[in-house]
Design a protein around this ligand. Structure first.
Ligand SMILES: Cc1ncc(C[n+]2csc(CCOP(=O)(O)OP(=O)(O)O)c2C)c(N)n1
Length: 510
């Protein structure tokens, strides 16, 4: 047990105080050791893919490392998607995998695979040189003796990620040069500690802003926020991107608009565009503090003026088609303001929320997995990120939900009071209906892409002891005022009207 103890101690010294343990014979010593320890938090799950996403959610909530502890073989490989997501969203996800003794490597013996370099470029392997802002993989060969562990009290060190460098001058030059052809900010997901500084910075600049709901500023900056539609085919001279890569179509369109200069300030230091642009890697609160006072730039091109009629028209359409998917999302967004936290699944939920959710009341806390944009592990990440938060809402597509069916296994270990799991069930991946590129597909071809489904989500809710309610029309939301639940998660299935949804989108694109 000496070896296991030493490895765990190394992680504790790095500030890792939470472990999600998954069962297995090879890692049984590690699991027993962690279970015997006081002073740390141990979570349990049987499914490594979901466990790793849950651990990712914990890093998002605590701002500290969280480790998944797996046995050998394909168990470790199950963590790859969460590791990739953690890499692109700059989160300290740790994989602690047990391996067979070293002389087994390359032997083809049972449950022996090449674990050492499994995560390739996506995870560091040396705890001594870890920056604390990306995944870490610690693979440990264990001898296979009898497991016996005594109790001990673990001491977890303070977590101090390596400070990342930044270049304030570049930002200053960029702002000074922005006046002539207009400067617009696009704000993607922000960490909680980045929000206040960013808010005041954008207020001072007074420029038009396109803010994703995950920035936490979309509602607070409502007076300055404009719809993407305003900039379609009419790009400004400069775009300042803050935080994660923005969700909307506009960011992708920038790829083929070299006339617009782009500067990104983000934690993973990646430009998010394949064409030329500038990047400053760092936490926004620190970069913007370094800049000092910002001078007002304002709305050089009258974008605010153009934004008003567009917003008015969207509101009219939401009223005209209340049972369409955007219509029901708008009403859902009003109910969700009562929550303590909100997690938005990828595909249409996060997009429709950005475009159609209410803007009057800021949400307490909004999160998503936007590192690699996967639809996998979404429920698990949500449960990890909101494990200690009552009244947490999560909103997911139906295929996204089907991808993570075992996630509710964790419900017994997290806060369930007021927890609402919303599934927008439009019968498959309806984002593909919205892609002009796929318009020419035949019926069968289309089916293979959309993957229509008609599963019974009520049975799934029952299987995990969750309560269930369904919304087909706007009035069905009234039942939410009556449902009384104590410590039970509610699955709220929302099934929008297909015809109203179609009608909404045709009118929207006119
Ligand atoms: C792991 C993974 N597999 C496939 C995709 C490609 N993909 C993007 S959206 C989507 C469909 C999602 O369907 P659903 O969750 O029902 O949401 P909707 O599109 O209806 O909003 C798929 C398969 C992905 N992003 N991630």
């Amino acid at each position: 047990m000496q070896r296991e103890r030493q490895i765990v101690q190394e992680l504790l010294d790095l500030g890792c105080g939470e472990f999600v343990v998954c069962g297995g014979a090879r890692n049984a010593g590690l699991v027993a050791l962690l279970e015997a320890a006081g002073g740390i938090r141990v979570w349990r799950h049987f499914e490594e893919r979901s466990a790793a996403f849950f651990a990712l959610g914990r890093t998002k909530d605590s701002g500290r490392p969280c480790a998944v502890v797996t046995t050998s073989g394909t168990a470790v490989a199950e963590c790859l998607p969460a590791v990739i997501e953690a890499f692109y969203s700059a989160k300290p996800l740790v994989i602690l995998s047990a391996d067979r003794p070293e002389n087994f490597r390359g032997s083809g013996a049972p449950q022996t695979i090449e674990q050492e370099n499994l995560f390739g470029d996506y995870a560091g392997k040396d705890p001594a040189n870890w920056n604390g802002r990306s995944p870490l993989h610690v693979n440990v060969s264990v001898e296979e003796g009898k497991v016996r562990v005594d109790e001990w009290v673990a001491e977890v060190a303070e977590f101090s990620p390596v400070r990342l460098s930044f270049e304030v001058r570049k930002l200053r030059d960029f702002l000074d040069g922005g006046v002539f052809r207009g400067l617009v900010a696009m704000v993607g997901g922000l960490e909680e500690e980045e929000r206040e500084e960013t808010y005041y910075f954008l207020k001072e600049l007074g420029i038009p802003v396109i803010a994703d709901v995950t920035s936490g500023l979309r509602e607070a900056l409502a007076g300055q926020v404009i719809s993407e539609k305003v900039l379609r085919g009419n790009f400004p001279g400069r775009i300042l991107r803050l935080g994660e890569v923005p969700v909307g179509r506009l960011w992708r369109d920038l790829e083929s608009s070299p006339g617009t200069e782009v500067l990104s300030i983000c934690q993973n230091g990646l430009p998010g565009l394949a064409r030329e642009s500038f990047v400053i890697r760092g936490e926004l609160n620190r970069v913007l503090k370094g800049l000092g006072e910002a001078e007002e730039v304002g709305d050089v091109r009258d974008d605010f003026l153009k934004a008003r009629p567009i917003a008015g028209k969207v509101d009219e359409l939401l009223e005209a088609y209340p049972d369409s998917e955007p219509g029901l999302v708008r009403l859902l967004s009003v109910y969700a303001t009562t929550g303590e936290s909100l997690f938005l699944g990828n595909s249409l939920p996060i997009r429709e929320w950005n475009d159609f959710a209410q803007r009057d009341t800021p949400y307490a806390l909004v999160r998503a997995n936007r590192g690699a944009n996967g639809i996998d592990g979404q429920l698990s990440t949500w449960l990890g990120a909101s494990a200690n938060t009552p009244d947490s809402w999560g909103v997911f597509g139906d295929l996204t939900t089907l991808y993570d069916l075992a996630a509710p296994s964790l419900l017994g270990q997290v806060a369930q009071e007021g927890r609402v799991l919303v599934v927008i069930n439009n019968g498959g991946g309806r984002i593909f209906d919205r892609l002009p590129r796929l318009e020419s597909l035949s019926g069968e071809q289309r089916k293979a892409v959309v993957q229509p489904q008609e599963v019974d989500l009520k049975s799934w809710a029952g299987m995990w002891g969750m309560a269930y309610a369904k919304v087909n029309r706007r009035e069905d939301f009234d039942q939410l005022d009556e449902i009384e639940l104590e410590n039970q998660t509610l699955v709220l299935e929302i099934a929008p009207s297909g015809s109203q949804t179609e009608a909404f989108w045709s009118a929207y694109h006119e």
